[in-house]
Design a protein around this ligand. Sequence first.
Ligand code: MG
Length: 298
Amino acid sequence: MRRAPRIAVEVEAAVDGFARLLGDAWWDHHFDGGRWTEGPLYVPAGRYLIFSDIPNDRNLRWDENSGLVSEFSGSANHSNGRTLDRSGRVVTCEQGTRSVVRVEHDGSRTIIADRVGGSRFNSPNDVVVRSDGSIWFTDPSYGIDSDYEGHRSEPEIDGCHVYRVAEDSGAVEAVADDFAKPNGLAFSVDERRLYIVDSHHDHIRRFDVNDDATLSGGDVIAESSAGHFDGIRVDTAGRIWAAAADGVHCLDPDGALLGKIQLPEPASNVAFGGARRNELFVTATRSLYSTRLKVNGI
Ligand code: MG
């Protein structure tokens, strides 16, 4: 077993008691060979974590048992964010193919969505699956703005929107069209609310999810005090854990800052993992870090 180098956790508490949410007093530094890492996803059945190295166009896998990181897939297509669906299949945003794809249990690949109304998406960034099987994703333009993390291309859609794909019909609908750069997104514990980052404005908005799966509301509930918010996840108590330029910010369900766990590199995304979902994994620029918490992800 490779033992990861450790760096001390620097905590900046905004409320009393924040530090009590942490278990370890260090980050395990699992990997530092990336260029812009993203898309962490822990796969419980295999006890590994997949993540993206977008500019280097590769997917990597950290193995929990060996502690080793290796290349996971030869055709990453500039993958970005990913999630598991209800049957444990990996659903991935690919900036290179401008699509959201699913890897089936037999290893074959299914395109879930690559266009709306005949127009190709910009470059899907991050994705969540609701318990009704619908797939929700954001579509900023980072993957077509330049060749750095995709393929420079002209947008075919007027704007950067948030979409929902119905499980049964596969129909694609825009659910929010007033974002500049929609990015990370996460449902509340009861799935009646959806948090969505706008990384152009460095803030998080909160929507109500209506019975017909449309969104209403959308108030800004949190402004980042350190650069862009990017990926977010929610724990079982409803707290929001958000990647930002100085590390991970922890917010209450109304967006109030509870505290920060700092990192030496700008963070891009977070994921709960481990058998009990109490290990917080963070992709941060060149690296993959984790620390054990006293809270559990949903
Ligand atoms: Mg993102």
